[in-house]
Design a protein around this ligand. Structure first.
Ligand code: 7RM
Length: 644
């Protein structure tokens, strides 16, 4: 049912004003990049980014380790701020922010520059310098990008931890990064409730000896504990900070940020991105994919704690000189039309969100968007998981009023920037397909031996050539980097996604092939949830699988065996859900917990998650069970399911 029945070509009007006009223009660009990649990327880098010093060579490839714009010097904050101050953008709104309670702030490029310089001086005042590491654990307020850009300005590598992560998850990230400073806030607002970030930080910090300073922004004004000597109020340090802080010329390969993401084990991977190549691609894709024009108001609804927020709320839009909207809270607060109110109020032109959000909104009914004037919209985007054609059609019709192209953007934390997506003024759309690769990106679909599969066949999505914004390594674990991404299929980058390509060369992404779940567009590993569950004293063993969910894409389903004892299953299930929220974060809570006397295993003792996945997906098990040690386990689980 993936085959689209209809394609959607951009209107003449859209094409005429687009950065890339028509499929032929795209083809020329794509072929040029494929034939002369170094020349191509050098041109893009020169055009899109300001450099303090040019590179000696474009690219160095010591497989699987890449360097881009070798020897060049630049600075991400300089590109996002300073260079705009000499242009008409000086007083343009850079960040258009709305808090959940309805408070607003409009920061011009000039004003944002001032805040960043001050805070960079605050960090310097705490002794931070290039090469140091900072953890940022903040709500969606303007000071979050201020903190990121202040770090970038002086060469401090930041790692933003999503505010929905628990103290335990935060602790693991602080320790793995070896951060010396944590930048946080008292709390933030979500669905009218305070998310108490400082409390969680305090809990995490009991076992983080590397951290010398904690800087706390006052957002909600609620009472928090301040540890003397360690904790400082942002506003107090900021008070006397100088506004003079030149951006440091940093090596193109200077580590800009580490972002933790779920892999196939219980331990999250710190994905490292560096400066020059990353900036080049996030900036270029703002034009290629979002067709950004100076007069646009652009809104990506992601949280900055995920890569989408890094690349397409902060670095991409600001480097490209956009007005980027930031909203603190939940889409359904105080009612289901909050997003459409924001679109109407600020006349948003480009709107970028996730299929999960779209499906949740569909369920609430068309009356919510229909009550608002959405005529300012000219382009829509989707990211995070495959968008099902029905949700695509709704988005196109009810939100875009059949006027706005939809860019279905495929990429990953690891890729840094969008790699497969329509160029909206060039590529006819097929609902459910991310369409064609961007210039300089050479994907393929292969089998495990690396042989390309025939068109229409399912296979592994790989990328054949390095690209400027690719991850450089896994923080502190180059071996794992090699194994995870460059060994499964020799010589190419292994994405972990299954896909197929149709006769027009369009890519259809089918989802993960590994033990990574995608819940509401958030990446989560089955192992991560399993390790959290088995840390609970009642749990003997756990197996976690994702099952299809109409709204969230996948839902976490846990099979649990218990230690001996007299357990009340209902209470314990609730307790375990809370436990997972405490260990990882609320978004990781299992939707379903099933207690069982045993888990299906191979003779060598490996849990056969494949069978459990089949069980929760199709309610029966028909797949290969020949390696199963005890067939009775599956029979009993299936019978139990029928009783429920
Ligand atoms: C940006 C982001 C990456 C995984 C990726 C895919 C899935 C993302 C799409 C998609 C189909 C898309 N980074 N994914 N975008 N699948 N169509 N347009 O989401 O690191 O958190 O996740 O998300 O499985 O491998 S991520």
């Amino acid at each position: 049912m993936l085959a689209a029945t209809q394609t959607y070509a951009p209107s003449e009007d859209f094409v005429r004003r687009a950065h890339v006009q028509g499929i032929e223009a795209r083809r020329v660009l794509y072929e040029k990049a494929a034939e002369h990649p170094e020349e191509f990327w050098a041109e893009v880098a020169e055009r899109e980014i300001s450099w303090f010093q040019k590179w000696s060579h474009v690219f160095e490839w010591d497989p699987p380790f890449a360097k881009w714009f070798v020897g060049a010097k630049t600075n991400a904050a300089y590109n996002c701020l300073d260079r705009h101050l000499a242009t008409h953008r000086k007083n343009k709104v850079a960040i258009l922010w709305e808090g959940e309670p309805g408070d607003q702030r409009l920061l011009s490029y000039q004003e944002l520059h001032r805040l960043v310089c001050r805070f960079a001086n605050v960090l310097k005042g705490r002794g931070l310098k290039a090469g140091d590491k900072a953890i940022i654990y903040m709500p969606m307020v303007p000071e979050l990008p201020v903190a990121m850009l202040a770090c970038a300005r002086i060469g401090v590598t930041h790692s933003v931890v999503f505010g929905g992560f628990s103290a335990e998850a935060l602790k693991a990230r602080i320790q793995d990064l070896g951060a010396t400073v944590v930048i946080t806030a008292d709390g933030g607002w979500r669905r009218g409730k305070e998310i108490r970030l400082k409390d969680a930080a305090d809990e995490a910090l009991t076992e983080c000896p590397t951290v010398r300073d904690v800087i706390v922004l006052q957002r909600t004004g609620s009472a928090v504990n301040m540890t003397p000597g360690r904790d400082h109020w942002w506003h107090e340090l900021d008070q006397n900070a100088s506004e003079d802080c030149p951006a440091e010329p940093l090596d193109s390969e200077h580590p800009l940020f580490v972002l933790y993401t779920s892999g196939t084990t219980g331990k999250p991977k710190g994905i490292l991105h560096t400066t020059g190549g990353y900036l080049t691609m996030v900036t270029a894709t703002m034009k290629w994919v979002f067709d950004l024009r100076d007069e646009d108001t652009y809104w990506c609804t992601a949280d900055i704690g995920w890569v989408t927020g890094h690349s397409y709320i902060v670095y991409g839009p600001l480097s490209a000189g956009a007005t980027t909207v930031m909203y603190e809270g939940a889409p359904d607060y105080p009612a289901f039309d909050r997003w459409w109110r924001i679109v109407e109020k600020y006349r948003v032109n480009i709107f970028y969100t996730s299929p999960t959000a779209i499906r949740a909104l569909i369920r609430q009914g068309d009356q919510w968007p229909n009550a608002h004037d959405l005529s300012s919209l000219r382009l829509l985007g989707s990211v995070g998981e495959p968008i099902n054609p029905a949700a695509w059609e709704w988005y196109y019709r009810v939100i875009g009023k059949e006027r706005c192209p939809i860019v279905d953007t495929w990429w990953q934390t690891e890729t840094g920037a969008i790699l497969i997506s329509p160029m909206p003024g060039a590529v006819p759309l097929k609902p459910g397909s991310a369409t064609l690769p961007l210039p300089g990106v050479i994907p393929d679909i292969v089998d495990l031996t690396g042989k390309p599969v025939a068109d229409g066949q399912e296979g592994f999505l790989v990328i054949r050539r390095p690209w400027p914004s690719m991850l450089r390594t896994i923080w502190g674990d180059p071996q794992r980097y090699k194994e995870q991404y460059w060994s499964r299929v020799p010589g190419v980058y292994f994405t972990g996604d299954a896909a197929r390509r149709d006769a027009d060369g369009y890519y259809w992404i089918l989802g993960r092939v590994d033990d990574v779940m995608n819940v509401s567009g958030h990446r989560l590993s089955t192992m991560e949830v399993e390790s959290a569950l088995v840390r609970h004293p009642a749990v003997a063993e756990a197996a976690v699988v994702g099952r299809p969910d109409e709204i969230t894409g996948q839902a976490v389903c846990a099979f649990v065996t218990l230690k001996k004892g007299d357990w009340n299953h209902r209470d314990l299930a609730e307790e375990l859900r809370k436990w997972v929220a405490h260990e990882i974060g609320s978004f990781a809570k299992p939707a379903e917990i099933r207690f069982t006397d045993a888990l299906p295993k191979t003779r060598s003792g490996k849990i056969m998650r494949r069978l459990l996945r089949e069980l929760v997906t199709s309610q029966t098990v028909t797949g290969d069970t020949t390696t199963l040690e005890d067939m009775g386990v599956i029979t009993r689980l299936a019978a139990q399911q029928e009783e429920d």
